[in-house]
Design a binder for this molecule. Structure first.
Ligand SMILES: Nc1nc2c(ncn2[C@@H]2O[C@H](COP(=O)(O)OP(=O)(O)OP(=O)(O)O)[C@@H](O)[C@H]2O)c(=O)[nH]1
Ligand SMILES: [Mg+2]
Length: 710
C-alpha cells in the first residue's frame, strides 16, 4: 500500500469541482449553481484503484492564475507555494465544456506550471444542447495532456477518470515537454535571473514569482530584495507582460478550438436559460418577480412549518404534563422537567422552520436564481458602497452569518468586502427566527390582509426586509468612513438554470437540522441547567422571608382549595423573583425598562449574549420554574401571554413585542460571528466595532418603537 497522493481539483468557478469531489470521496461538500460556492479548501480521501488512495483537495474556483480575490488566493497558494502542505502530486482541471475557450485559458496556465495535469470536461450535456461538439482525442493531442468527459452530477465518467489518475500516478503521463506558449520569450532575462534566486520548476512559475513576489509568503525578505533589483535592471513591465501572455494563450486556444471543436451556428440556438432570463432579468418584471419570490419564501416558512411545529409543541407539553403527574414530586423531577426538558422543547419547536428555510435557500442556489438576484441588485448595492457580489453573502446571512461572512471572499474589492462583512450580521439569521415566531404569535393577530395575505407572515417578512435595509443603510454610512481606495467592478457569470437536485436539498435540510440540534442544543441544554439552578435557589436572606410568608399563608387554607392554588402560584413566582437569576434580572431591569422589558427578559438577554438561540430556551425554563407545577402542560406561548407586570398589566403587548423583535433583529448576540469576523479581517478591531454599533442600534431602535407604541 502506497502513501496517499495529493490531487488538487481546480478550474473556473461553477464548473463542477465540488460535485466531482463529492463523487470521488463520498463526502457532502457544498455544491451550488453559482460561481463562488467554495471559498476555502477542503480535503477528503478517495480510493482510486485497489492499492492507490488519494487525498482529494477541493479548491475555490479561479478564472485565471492571477488571483484577484481572497478565495482565489487559496487556490493560487496550493498551486504555487512549494511550502504548502497540500502541494499536489497532480492536478485535475475541471473544465466547463460549454464555455471551453475561457476554461482552456486556465488549463494552459496550469500546464505551463509543469504539474501533471488531467482535464476533466464537465457540462458536456449543456455543450451538446448549445450545439457544440468536442473532439476529445483531438483536444488531447493538441494540449498534450489526458482529457476525459465526466458528469459528476450524474456520477458518469468517474470510473474512467480514476483509471487515468492511476496511469498518471504510475507516471504514464508526464507534463508535456514543450510549453503551451513560449513563456521564456515573454521575459527571458528576468526568468533566468529569478531562477537563480528562487528555485523554480518551470519558466512560467518563475514569471509568476516576478509578477507576484511581494505577495508570496514563501519568498523571503532577501529574495524579495533581489527580485526587486532584477525587475528594475531589466525594466520589467508587469501589466504589459501579463497582457502579452494572455493574448498569446488565446491565440493558440483559438487555433485549438478550430481544430477540435465544432460549433453549429452558435447564434441560432438560444438556450432555454436565455429565454427564461429575458423574463427574470426584465427591467420591470424581473424586480416584481424578485419581490414575489422573497415574499413566498417568508410566507412558506410560516405556512409549511405550522403543522409540525404545533405537533412538536403539543407533544412536549403533553410529555411534561404526564411526567409531572407520574414522577414523584421532588427536586430531581423538577430539575428534569423544568431544567432539561423545558430547555430542549424551547428550541426543538423550531427545527421545522430552520429546515424549511435552509431547504428553500438551497433551491434558490441550485436553480441558479441566486446569481440573478446579485445581478438585479448590483445597481442598488453600488450606491451604498457594496457590490452585486455582496448580495449572496447578505442573502445567505438569512440562514447564518458565519458561512455568509466567509462567502465575502469572492468580492475582489477590499473596501466592499469589509463593508459587506460589517453589515452581514444585520440580516436576520435563522437563530432569530424562533424569537420572531414566538413574539409574532403572541402580539400580532392572526388576520388576513386584502383577503389572502397573512398578517403574521407580513410582519415576518417586514422584519427580514428591515434587516436588509438596515444593512444597506449602515453600509452607506460606512462607505464614508472606510478609507480604502481601489477600483471596483462587477463581473459575474450567470450560470444556466438547472433543476434543483432534490437529494442535495434534502441532505442540506437534514444536515442543518443536525447542526442546529447539536451545536445550539448543547449550549441550550447547558445554559438551561445552569439557569434552573440560578432560578431555583437564591440568597438565604431573600428566600427565607418568602418561604416563611407563604408557608404560613398556605397553612391557613385547605390544601386542595382554589385559594391554595392561587397562593401556590404566587409562592412559585415570589421564589423565582428572589432567586439568584431573579436578583440578576432585577438588577438590570432599570436599564431595559424603557424598552418595555421586564426582569425575566433581562435574564434571557444575558443568557443569549453569546448565542441568540438560547433566548427561547431561557424563557421556557424561567416560565416553567416560576409556574405552578399543575400548569406544566401549558405551552410556552400560553404562559407568556398570561405574564403580568406587578401592577397587573400584560408584559407582552404590541409595543414590548415589537421592541423585543427589533432588539434581536439588530443586536450582535453571536460569538461565532465575532470569531469569524476576526478570522476574516485578521483583527479584533472590526468585531468589536460591530458589537458596539449593533448593540447600540438595537437599544435605540427598541427604545423608540416602544415609546411610540406603548
Ligand atoms: N448539467 C450539468 N450540471 C453539472 C455538471 N457538473 C456539475 N453540474 C452542476 O453545476 C453546478 C456547480 O457545481 P459545483 O460542484 O458547485 O461547482 P464548483 O466548481 O465547485 O463551483 P465553485 O465552488 O463555485 O467554484 C451544480 O449545480 C452542479 O449540479 C454536469 O456535468 N452537467
Ligand atoms: Mg465548489
Amino acid at each position: 500500500m502506497q502513501a496517499p497522493i495529493n490531487i488538487a481539483l481546480v478550474g473556473n468557478p461553477n464548473s463542477g469541482k465540488s460535485s466531482l469531489f463529492n463523487a470521488l470521496t463520498g463526502l457532502n461538500q457544498k455544491v451550488g449553481n453559482f460561481p463562488g460556492v467554495t471559498v476555502d479548501k477542503k480535503t477528503g480521501t478517495a480510493q482510486i484503484v485497489p492499492g492507490i488512495t488519494a487525498n482529494i483537495i477541493d479548491l475555490p474556483g479561479t478564472y485565471s492564475l492571477y488571483p484577484k480575490s481572497a478565495d482565489e488566493y487559496v487556490t493560487y497558494d496550493v498551486l504555487i507555494n512549494p511550502n504548502n502542505t497540500d502541494i499536489p502530486r497532480m492536478v485535475i482541471i475541471v473544465a466547463d465544456a460549454s464555455n471551453l475557450k475561457r476554461n482552456l485559458l486556465f488549463c494552459s496556465q496550469i500546464i505551463d506550471l509543469k504539474i501533471p495535469v488531467i482535464i476533466a470536461l464537465t457540462m458536456m450535456d449543456i455543450a451538446r444542447r448549445k450545439g457544440v461538439e468536442i473532439d476529445l482525442d483531438g483536444l488531447e493531442r493538441e494540449l498534450g495532456v489526458p482529457v476525459v468527459a465526466i458528469n459528476p452530477r450524474k456520477n458518469k465518467g468517474v470510473g474512467e477518470l480514476k483509471k487515468i489518475i492511476d496511469l498518471s500516478a504510475r507516471s504514464h503521463y508526464n507534463a508535456p515537454p514543450r510549453d503551451f506558449i513560449n513563456n521564456s520569450a515573454l521575459a527571458n532575462e528576468v526568468i533566468e535571473d529569478i531562477k537563480k534566486v528562487v528555485p523554480c520548476k518551470s519558466d512560467y512559475g518563475a514569471l509568476h514569482i516576478a509578477v507576484n513576489a511581494e505577495e508570496l509568503p514563501f519568498v523571503n525578505g532577501g529574495q524579495k530584495l533581489a527580485i526587486r533589483n532584477i525587475l528594475q535592471t531589466h525594466q520589467f513591465n508587469k501589466t504589459k507582460t501579463q497582457a502579452e501572455e494572455i493574448m498569446q494563450r488565446y491565440a493558440r486556444i483559438k487555433h485549438i478550438m478550430k481544430a477540435s471543436v465544432v460549433e453549429n451556428d452558435p447564434l441560432q440556438k438560444q438556450l432555454r436559460s436565455e429565454k427564461i432570463d429575458d423574463l427574470l432579468l426584465h427591467r420591470f418584471w424581473g424586480y416584481a418577480i424578485l419581490l414575489a419570490v422573497m415574499f413566498l419564501l417568508f410566507q412558506s416558512i410560516f405556512w409549511l412549518a405550522k403543522y409540525p411545529m404545533d405537533w412538536i409543541e403539543g407533544s412536549f407539553g403533553a410529555l411534561s404534563g404526564w411526567l409531572s403527574s407520574t414522577l414523584p414530586d421532588n427536586k430531581v423531577t423538577d430539575f428534569f422537567i423544568n431544567g432539561i426538558l423545558a430547555g430542549i422543547s424551547g428550541f426543538a419547536v423550531f427545527i421545522p422552520q430552520i429546515m424549511i428555510l435552509f431547504g428553500l435557500i438551497t433551491i434558490l442556489e441550485d436553480t441558479g436564481y441566486m446569481a440573478r438576484i446579485s445581478f438585479l441588485t448590483d445597481r442598488l448595492m453600488r450606491q451604498v458602497g457594496l457590490n452585486g457580489k455582496s448580495v449572496m453573502p447578505l442573502i445567505s446571512g438569512v440562514a447564518c452569518a458565519v458561512p455568509a461572512i466567509m462567502a465575502t471572499r469572492t468580492i475582489e474589492n477590499k473596501k466592499e468586502r469589509l463593508i459587506t462583512i460589517m453589515v452581514t450580521p444585520l440580516m436576520s439569521c435563522s437563530a432569530r427566527l424562533p424569537i420572531y415566531t414566538m413574539m409574532i404569535a403572541l402580539v400580532i393577530p392572526d388576520k388576513r390582509v386584502l383577503g389572502i395575505l397573512g398578517l403574521q407572515g407580513l410582519v415576518m417578512m417586514g422584519l427580514y426586509l428591515l434587516g436588509f435595509f438596515m444593512a444597506i443603510f449602515i453600509a452607506a454610512i460606512m462607505k464614508l468612513f472606510i478609507r480604502i481606495k481601489e477600483k471596483s467592478y462587477f463581473i459575474m457569470e450567470l450560470p444556466v438554470y438547472r433543476a434543483p437536485r432534490w437529494a442535495n436539498v434534502g441532505t442540506t435540510m437534514v444536515e442543518k437540522a443536525k447542526i442546529f440540534v447539536r451545536d445550539a442544543g448543547k449550549v441550550i441544554v447547558v445554559i438551561s441547567v445552569i439557569l434552573w439552578f440560578l432560578a431555583s435557589y437564591g440568597p438565604v436572606s431573600k428566600m427565607q422571608p418568602v418561604h416563611a410568608k407563604y408557608e404560613q399563608l398556605l397553612a391557613q387554607v385547605p390544601a386542595d382549595s382554589p385559594e391554595a392554588a392561587v397562593l401556590n402560584k404566587q409562592f412559585q413566582s415570589a421564589k423565582l423573583s428572589n432567586s439568584y437569576a431573579g436578583v440578576l434580572g432585577h438588577t438590570i431591569e432599570p436599564a431595559i425598562r424603557p424598552l418595555g422589558f421586564d426582569w425575566k427578559i433581562g435574564i434571557a438577554l444575558i443568557t443569549s449574549f453569546a448565542a441568540r438561540e438560547v433566548f427561547v430556551g431561557t424563557m421556557a425554563t424561567l416560565y416553567s420554574v416560576g409556574e405552578d407545577p399543575q400548569n406544566n402542560n401549558a405551552t410556552l406561548r400560553e404562559k407568556l401571554s398570561s405574564a403580568k407586570w406587578p401592577d397587573g398589566a400584560p408584559v407582552y403587548t404590541l409595543a414590548s413585542g415589537l421592541s423585543l423583535m427589533l432588539f434581536y433583529a439588530f443586536a450582535m448576540q453571536c460569538m461565532s460571528t465575532m470569531a469569524i469576523v476576526k478570522r476574516e479581517t485578521k483583527s479584533w478591531k472590526f468585531p468589536v466595532i460591530q458589537l458596539f454599533y449593533m448593540t447600540g442600534l438595537a437599544y435605540v431602535c427598541s427604545f423608540i418603537i416602544f415609546q411610540i407604541f406603548k
